[in-house]
Write a protein that binds this ligand. Structure first.
Ligand code: UD1
Ligand code: UDP
Length: 352
């Protein structure tokens, strides 16, 4: 079996690592990196740390408007897929790279495998929601991380080859958790003590592209007295600079460059709380059993809201601050599977 895998953005490198490892035992995989993320700390570091094979093709598409970025990807991916003639094209998640890969393959009648299928926020203003819906509707195999995702697809009349395999990000966490403990020195590097700080990540367009939302988020951080660590996404850094908003005067806030996966796992597992708008980070908070506060109006990861493992607060200053202060006693379960999603994915494709 020959598979072309499309990767482009940080969370996709992490999702691909466990699947590639299993896939390559018996099959041929060619990786196309679209270049959507390109800074060393948004891309190369993950290939190195997670031992992801070097991409066979690097498209160097970079940043741009949705149309320009996706369009360039379409043109370049099509050429390669025509040349390689794979049995399947494999895409992850909901980025512009996902959509481009799925669209090219479907038009060439090459079956699309979508990992992390069926997620919905029911907010079509999010670019990710468009990407997911379009990708799911042209996919041949839809590997879902949760029962909710399966149900979402059923509601759109997609039932064939829909399988809940669990979450591949859980596979990645289980595989790398100990390695992170052995290798990461991030806590001592930053002078942090376990459970004495909150971890922040913010990058969603719905937050970063709205100056008032960003002002509210910074105001909330200013009102949270405890130590806070914020590995800042380049999108957010650029937006804050463009708005002329400064983080300098926010007390006890350490803003750092994006970190590698092992440092991130260490920062997550030792945090008192995690404040985020990231999809992946919400789930990792759940896997690490660290209470999460999600700075969004909706989440695709509705399971995490049960038992207050995650609290949705939007960008209301008081709600953010109150949720961070709130004492919660979440009860965690195996709603994201057993950490063997990658094996289940490869087995299901082999059976087809
Ligand atoms: C993308 C995905 C989003 C995902 C996120 C993961 C889409 C529409 N969005 O958002 O779903 O959650 O990745 O992190 O696909 N930039 C750099 N260096 C980089 C990458 C980006 O400076 O290596 C800056 C550029 O200013 C760029 C901006 O970040 O314009 C946004 O990058 P882009 O890939 O378009 O979207 P993300 O916000 O990263
Ligand atoms: N991540 C990381 N370093 C960082 C921030 C995030 O390694 O500085 C990892 C995080 O552990 C998770 C993934 O990146 O596995 C989440 O990606 P991101 O938040 O960029 O995108 P999303 O999941 O929201 O699409």
């Amino acid at each position: 079996m020959k598979i072309v895998t499309i990767l482009g953005a940080r969370p996709q490198f992490i999702k691909a690592a466990p699947v590639s490892r299993v896939l390559r035992k018996k099959h041929i995989e060619m990786i196309i990196h679209t270049g959507q993320h390109y800074d060393a700390n948004m891309s190369d570091i993950f290939f190195e740390e997670l031992n992801i094979p070097k991409p066979d093709y690097h498209l160097g598409v970079g940043s741009g408007s949705h149309g320009k970025q996706t369009g360039e990807m379409l043109i370049k991916i099509e050429e390669i897929v025509l040349k390689e003639q794979p049995d399947y094209v494999l895409v992850y998640g909901d980025t512009n790279s996902t959509l481009a890969g799925a669209l090219v393959a479907a038009k060439l009648h090459i079956p699309v495998i979508h990992v992390e299928a069926g997620l919905r926020s029911f907010n079509k203003k999010m670019p990710e929601e468009i990407n997911r819906i379009m990708t799911d509707h042209v996919s041949e195999f839809l590997f879902c991380p949760t029962d909710t995702a399966v149900e979402n697809l059923k509601n759109e009349n997609i039932t064939r080859n829909v399988i809940n395999v669990g979450d591949v990000m859980y596979d990645a966490v289980l595989y790398n958790k100990e390695l992170a403990q052995q290798k990461s020195t991030i806590l001592s590097d930053l002078g942090l003590e376990a459970k004495q700080y909150h971890l922040i990540t913010i990058h969603r367009a719905e937050n970063t592209d709205d100056v008032q939302n960003m002002k509210n988020i910074l105001e909330a951080f200013a009102q949270i007295e405890e130590t806070k660590v914020w590995p800042i996404h380049p999108r957010t850094k650029h937006k804050l600079a463009a708005y002329g908003l400064s983080v300098e005067k926010i007390p006890n806030l350490k803003v750092i460059e994006p970190v590698g996966y092992l440092d991130m796992l260490t920062l997550e597992s030792n945090a008192k709380k995690i404040i985020t708008d990231s999809g992946g980070v919400q789930k990792e908070a759940y896997f690490m059993q660290v209470p999460c506060v999600t700075v969004r109006e909706q989440t695709e990861w509705v399971e995490t809201l049960e038992a207050e493992a995650n609290i949705l607060v939007g960008t209301d200053v008081e709600k953010i601050v109150a949720a961070v202060k709130k004492e919660v006693r979440p009860v965690y379960s195996d709603v994201f599977g057993d950490g063997k999603a990658a094996e289940k994915i490869v087995e299901a494709i082999e059976r087809a």
